[in-house]
Write a protein that binds this ligand. Structure first.
Ligand SMILES: NC(=O)c1ccc[n+]([C@@H]2O[C@H](COP(=O)([O-])OP(=O)(O)OC[C@H]3O[C@@H](n4cnc5c(N)ncnc54)[C@H](O)[C@@H]3O)[C@@H](O)[C@H]2O)c1
Length: 341
């Protein structure tokens, strides 16, 4: 184990302290991106509060481990509040005294949202509104974890923030678009600085176990069949989690007015190329099970990050070819330690 309590994975210092924030609430702070952000903020000397209901969408044991690592790293500067963003009283307690809220709590899967759209709207839309209602100071900065899925089936690439995003193709995507417009109404009425960050497929240590990269690594390592949707030509812009965290911290520092930024890798990898990279990282061939395209899936995601570069100083630092190898090393170390199937 290294100093982050995470086998095979280390976030390298030094970190500058994000100016103008000393206490940050991260909703969904026990999850994948939330815990990575919390880790970096704690390392930079910021106090972090996490509000999370440990939703069983994937095994909450992984979230408890993330929390244990944060507690170990942050000591008194880290506090965890188990609670639901749909509860006004939980949100009121969570936002008291913070300088900024990074709202990442959500039901995050595209395909399950097609099975249970009402629950997705309840958590992602009603939950977001409930949280916004409880922010009672105008100087509290608000960051919203949006998604590249708002671009729907757009074919003009790369996707720019000025492109139309009124044709989502899944309830999840619709809920993220709704979140952006809820945030705008909040900013308009209350005056708080609000920044929406559209993340493009995020991966790295602690990635949600049902996401493709993690699932593929597990299948290949265990010699299980790998579900391969379509003909392998669909392309995704994959973003290493450290780059997303850097983008979030830049947005915390510079939040002003109402802004929307893409945070992506600004490059694409086909499904076939992705599987080949994971085969290389795990050191075994995949047993592919060929399946038709999935409803709700889009043919390509590709971020134009020029605006984030100009206004946030954001840039991708980890290309997919390196990041996938880093992910595979983390996964194999976790598996060897008996912490992952
Ligand atoms: N991972 C990606 O590739 C990606 C891409 C685009 C957008 N996003 C967005 O980023 C955010 C974080 O995603 P992630 O991949 O870390 O997912 P995650 O599931 O690991 O984290 C989300 C956290 O929210 C918590 N949560 C769910 N419902 C809640 C509720 N009602 N009250 C309180 N907490 C609740 C969950 O327990 C979980 O810990 C989400 O908003 C997601 O939509 C993620």
């Amino acid at each position: 184990m290294d100093s982050n309590g995470t086998a095979g994975y280390r976030i390298a210092p030094p970190y500058s302290h994000p100016h103008a924030v000393s206490v940050v609430l991260i909703t969904g702070g026990a999850g994948f991106i939330g815990s990575a952000l919390a880790m970096r903020l704690l390392q930079a000397g910021v106090a972090v509060r996490a509000l999370d209901n440990l939703d069983p969408y994937y095994d909450p044991a992984f979230k408890r481990r993330n929390l244990a690592e944060l507690q170990e790293l942050g000591g008194d500067r880290f506090t965890f509040q188990e609670g639901d963003i749909r509860s006004a009283s939980a949100c009121r307690t969570a936002v008291a005294g913070v300088d900024a809220v990074v709202h990442l709590a959500a039901l995050a899967g595209v395909r399950p949202s097609i099975e249970d759209p009402v629950r997705y709207m309840d958590v992602n839309v009603t939950g977001t509104q409930t949280l916004l209602q409880q922010i009672d100071r105008r100087d509290v900065k608000f960051l919203f974890g949006s998604s590249s899925s708002v671009y729907g089936g757009n074919t003009k690439v790369p996707f720019a923030e000025s492109d139309p995003v009124d044709r989502p193709v899944s309830p999840y995507a619709a809920s993220k678009k709704a979140g952006e417009v809820q945030c705008h109404a909040f900013h308009h009425l209350r005056g708080n600085p609000v920044t929406c960050l559209r993340f493009f497929t995020v991966y790295g240590p602690r990635q949600r176990p049902e996401m493709a990269i993690h699932q593929f690594a597990r299948c290949i390592a265990n010699g299980a069949e790998l579900p391969f949707f379509g003909d392998g030509s669909s392309r995704r812009d994959y973003t290493f989690v450290d780059d997303i965290v850097s983008g979030l911290i830049a947005a915390l520092e510079r939040a002003d007015g109402y802004r929307i930024y893409n945070l992506g890798g600004a490059a694409t990898t086909s499904l076939a190329e992705l599987v080949a990279l994971i085969e290389q990282g795990i050191g075994k061939p995949a047993r592919k099970k060929m399946l038709p395209d999935q409803p709700g899936d889009v043919p390509i995601t590709f971020a134009d990050t020029a605006l984030a570069a100009r206004e946030l100083g954001y840039r991708r630092t980890v290309p997919a070819a390196d990041g996938i190898q880093r992910f595979c090393r983390w996964y194999l170390a976790e598996k060897a330690a008996g912490r992952r199937p």
